[in-house]
Design a protein around this ligand. Structure first.
Ligand SMILES: [Zn+2]
Length: 440
């Protein structure tokens, strides 16, 4: 029975077209000599790979106490499958599909412009609320529901589930704000997002032009970055992805083809070309800016630290993982109900980093327990009162990072040389540090 289902889902013609895309068309487009993928693959081949993990040596009873308090708070109640999250998802999906349908049938430029922005914001809400939770397995206790929602939302957004899951769930959540491990700090040389990144003259005005680059984020992600990752299987010169299975590859191509057919093909069939091009740009500029101005405000800020592990073979932190998360993550605008609803509680980032498998709708109530426990243990609980204050801090951080080489560049492991990974903690300005070895 299982075999029959598989053959129905992947009939030979579909399988053959996917194989052709994978082995013939893709490499011709992305791996021709001189292409960006070929150049990156060349750089990557020369780079030494970093250790796939970092050891957190510290041990305190902070996280044990916190978990016990959170357990007592839930008192056996289900932490996932929250009816509020199901209702919210229905509202967001209705918002998205109705905006998109109206956009396709509209012929006047004013409603088209407004509907483009509306569709982009709805797509952003899908990303924050459905895509992010389901890939973390925090939407439902049923893995099949999470998988279906994750695959469905990836097809709607045009992004690869496989690469996001590894880059975000594994690297970002495990090694937050650690340069060369946390890919959220990686802008492929366009911006300096960490004091550990070597300073270059080109970053001098990054706080001015970052708006423009942020707005291109989803265009690069969907149309370029995913394919670079697919054909190089490296997240950056130092970090490889685990190999993809056949099913992962089929999912990658099916999801991309579905997205390109519905969200590129359909508009071009129903609207004039120039309207589609303009609409596509407005859609992605809105989406890219909205996504980056939520995710970046949780880490690239003045309050959190950018710690460096000691050692090369097995890089090690003296602190423990939970305390590392407190030291490198911030919350913002917790009283802003609209922001909390729209961002899927990503403004409660500390709660999310410590409890990523709990549905985000529970974070506001958990934050009271978490803040109290952190304070009892003398640990930081970085919090910006409003979204605007967080936004200002983010841009002050980018400005501070561009002004001069604040941190010696000897740390950075150049391709082929990982010996530079030594502790810079002694030379580091204290504002970037926070406390990394804290305990009661
Ligand atoms: Zn996450």
């Amino acid at each position: 029975m299982a075999r029959r289902c598989r053959s129905w889902v992947h009939p030979p013609f579909l399988r053959d077209s996917l194989v052709a895309l994978d082995q013939v068309v893709g490499p011709r487009i992305f791996q021709r000599p001189g292409s960006r993928v070929a150049q990156m693959a060349n750089t990557m081949d020369k780079a030494k790979r970093l250790s796939p993990k970092i050891l957190f040596k510290g041990k305190s009873n902070f996280f044990g106490v916190l978990r016990a308090r959170i357990d007592a708070h839930f008192a056996g109640r289900n932490r996932r499958d929250d009816p509020r999250l199901y209702l919210k998802s229905v509202i967001i999906l209705t918002w998205f599909f109705s905006s998109f349908a109206l956009l396709l049938s509209s012929s006047d430029w004013v409603p088209q412009l407004l509907l483009c922005v509306s569709t982009a914001l709805a797509a952003c809400a899908i990303g924050f609320n459905i895509f992010h939770d389901s890939i973390h397995q925090s939407f439902s206790g049923n893995p099949t529901i999470n998988l279906l929602l994750a695959r469905g939302s990836c097809a709607l957004l045009g992004v690869s589930r496989y690469f996001w899951r590894y880059k975000h769930n594994v690297l970002h959540h495990s090694f937050t704000n650690v340069f060369q491990w946390d890919d959220d700090l990686e802008t492929r040389g366009c911006l300096r997002m960490s004091p550990r990144q070597p300073w270059e003259k080109k970053f001098k005005h990054q706080h001015v032009y970052c708006w423009f680059l942020y707005s291109l984020a989803t265009i690069e992600w969907i149309f370029v970055k995913d394919f670079i990752h697919y054909f190089t299987m490296r997240i950056n010169p130092f970090q490889p992805y685990p190999p993809m299975s056949k099913l992962d590859k089929i999912e990658f191509w099916t999801s991309k083809m579905a997205y390109f057919t519905v969200f590129l093909g359909l508009p071009f069939l129903m609207q004039p070309v120039w309207t589609c091009v303009a609409g596509l740009m407005i859609f992605h500029l809105t989406l890219g800016l909205s996504v980056t101005l939520i995710f970046n405000l949780a880490h690239v800020m003045e309050k959190p630290s950018f710690p460096v592990p000691k050692g090369v073979t097995l890089p090690t932190f003296e602190s423990e993982w939970a305390i590392h998360q407190l030291a490198t993550t911030v919350n913002f605008g917790r009283d802003n109900r609209l922001l909390t609803w729209f961002s899927g509680c990503l403004n409660y980032q500390i709660e999310h980093h410590l409890f990523p498998k709990v549905s985000h709708t529970h974070y506001p109530e958990m934050s009271l327990i978490l803040k109290r426990t952190a304070q009892e243990f003398g640990l930081p609980y970085h919090d910006y009162p409003t979204y605007l204050s967080a936004l200002k801090s983010h841009f002050r951080t980018l400005k501070w990072l561009n002004e001069s080489p604040r941190v010696s560049s000897v740390f950075v492991a150049k391709p082929g040389d990982s010996s530079g990974i030594t502790s810079l903690e002694e030379t580091e300005p204290s504002r970037w540090f926070g406390r990394t070895t804290i305990g009661p």
